[in-house]
Each structure stands twice: as C-alpha cells, then as structure tokens.
Design a protein around this ligand. Sequence first.
Ligand code: SAH
Length: 213
Amino acid sequence: MSVAKQRLITDLQRGGITDERVLAVMASIPREAFVSRTFVERAYDNMALPIGFGQTISQPLVVAAMTQALDIGARMKVLEIGTGSGYQAAILARLARRVFTIERYKMLSRDAERRLLDLRVHNVVFHVGDGTKGWPPQAPYDRIIVTAAAGEMPMALVDQLAVGGIMLVPVGPDPVNQTVERVVRTEHGITREELMPVRFVPLVAGALPTYEA
Ligand code: SAH
C-alpha cells in the first residue's frame, strides 16, 4: 500500500472507523481512478474533491463512516442516490450483492460506469434520472444511501425501504451544514436518528434544465 493510502487508512481509524471490512474495502479501491488528473496527487487526502458539473467526490472519512453505519450484508440489495464519480458505489458493490445507483448527470453516470468496468466491478446497475423518486422497479431495498443533501426527508425513498432496512440520508436546508440521519423501517413505521454533521452538495429534485443535460 502506498504511504499516502496507508496514512488515509490510519486517519479513518482515528476518525472512528473500526469495521475491518470497511477498512479493507477502502484500502482496495483506488481513489485516484475516480478523480480527474488534476487532483491525482491529492486522491488520498481526506477531503472532498471536484468531479465537474459543480459536484464532488465525497470526503473519504464520510464515505467510510456512512458505509460503516449502513452495516451491509453480503446478500443485500442497495440503492444509492447520487452516483457522482462512482467511488461510493464501488465500495458498496464490494460489500453487497447488488447496487443500483442513480445520477442526474448523464456524463457523470457514464464515466462512473466505465471506471467500475475498468476495476472489474460488475454488480452495479446505473440509471440516469431524478433519484428523489428512487427506483421503484427494484424496490424494496435492504439499504439506501443518499450522497447529496436533502432539504427534507425524501419520503419516496423511505417507502422503498424493506422492513428492517436502513437508509442514510444527509438532511438539512443549509448548503454547508447538514446532518446524516439514519432511518430504520419497522413493521409499524420508521425510526429516525441523527448520526453526524456533514457537508454535501444538494440533492436536486426534478429533471435537469436542457442546457445542463
Ligand atoms: N457518491 C458520489 C458523490 C456524490 S456528489 C461519489 O462517490 O463520488 C452528489 C451527486 O448527486 C452529484 O453527482 C449530483 O449530480 C447527484 N444528484 C443531485 N441530485 C440528484 C438527484 N435528484 N438524482 C440523482 N442524482 C442527484
């Protein structure tokens, strides 16, 4: 393992990542493959980096902490909203049976798909569209992770969670200060719990304006 990567793994452990499977997967996925050439030198810095279209690849500690909190089992079906670079999807794919990931920018989705094929990750299904609606054809999901900040709890996604399922979603109208909430679906309804403060790009509902699509 490179010195930079080793340092990042140590940072993750210091930041509270104790799940050995999560640490092993974070060590196995080359983050430099998910950033533009301009930022390769900083691929193992513990920070979010730009990926174009005003979007970012999330901070490694946040990726690891959310992945750990998802508590993914090997037979699970996972839905991710906000494919971005595909980095989080690659990590989920190594832990779950199948991952469905939705991105509103076609270009980001295509680039992410190509990266995962290059890494021989084949259990991810990519969709382009508005992820706030989820992906009903494959519902219910054992786990759902939203990697963009929702102004309020996206109820369409809650409805696609299996009983006993867990969803992690950053919630808050503030553009620089949101809270990851853990939603657990029970037989009778849902429970909500605040986990950690984060800063994500916004989850934007609806179709892209044509000049952006
Ligand atoms: N998980 C990504 C980081 C995502 S950044 C990674 O590992 O790199 C958040 C992403 O959510 C952006 O790419 C943004 O375009 C996307 N996004 C925002 N609103 C969305 C929506 N309603 N549906 C699907 N994707 C959305």
